[in-house]
Design a protein around this ligand. Sequence first.
Ligand SMILES: [Zn+2]
Length: 110
Amino acid sequence: MDVTTARERLEEMLAELDRSIAVLQGDPVAIRERSAADAGSDLTDADRAQAMVTVATTQRRAVVEALKRLDEGVYGECVDCASPVPEGRLEARPEAARCVQCQAKRERRR
Ligand SMILES: [Zn+2]
């Protein structure tokens, strides 16, 4: 994936995440836009919204960091071992910071 495409996709993701976070945090305009949202869950709306804010905020941070790596010219390199992150992985997750091996290692540690 070339850096222009990567940047476009990351910026789209960032805009989308900002919108989702605003909705979840109760921006009234955004809430009106998606008033017919999903129903049915064991969690209360507030719990669910909080959980989603956490996920969205974590992902947003990953996207911002990926954009920073684009600026620094190191996008597509694993932040741990500096080997190239496979193309297919970046296609699926443009914000991916690590190669598959380092990500697996990291998740095992958690
Ligand atoms: Zn790596």
